[in-house]
Design a protein around this ligand. Structure first.
Ligand code: ZN
Length: 114
C-alpha cells in the first residue's frame, strides 16, 4: 500500500520531508505518513500552514512536525495531553524503546535494526 498525501498537502515540502527522513535513516512508513498527515490536518484547522511546519521540520532535522510555541521560536511541543490522540505510547518501531514524549522518541539515537 502506497501512502498518497491529501490534496491540501504541499507536494514540494512533503517530498522534502520524506527525503530528509530517508537521509536520517528513519524513513517514513505508510503508518507514519498517516500519523504525520493527521497532525498536519489538525494543525491546519488551527490555522497553521502545513508547508511551513514541514519546512521547519526539515530545517531542524525533526522526525515529526511541530507548531511554533508562540514566542517566534520553533520548538517541539511537549505532550501535554495523556490518553488521547494518536500520540500515546511513544515507542520506536525500530528499536522498541519507549519514551515519555514523541519529541524524545523522535530525537533518540536509534539502535534498531532496519
Ligand atoms: Zn529507535
Amino acid at each position: 500500500m502506497k501512502f498518497t498525501p491529501p490534496e491540501w498537502m504541499p507536494r514540494l515540502e512533503w517530498e522534502a520531508f520524506v527525503l530528509m527522513r530517508k537521509k536520517m535513516r528513519h524513513p517514513l512508513t505508510d503508518r507514519a505518513c498517516e500519523l504525520i498527515t493527521r497532525k498536519l490536518a489538525n494543525y491546519r484547522t488551527q490555522g497553521y500552514a502545513p508547508g511551513e511546519l514541514l519546512d521547519s521540520a526539515v530545517e531542524h532535522g525533526w522526525l515529526s512536525v511541530y507548531v511554533p510555541n508562540g514566542n517566534g521560536r520553533t520548538t517541539p511541543v511537549k505532550a501535554t495531553s495523556v490518553g488521547k490522540g494518536p500520540e500515546i505510547g511513544f515507542g520506536c518501531h525500530a528499536c522498541k524503546q519507549r519514551f515519555n514524549t514523541p519529541g524524545q522518541r523522535d530525537g533518540h539515537e536509534c539502535r534498531g535494526k532496519r
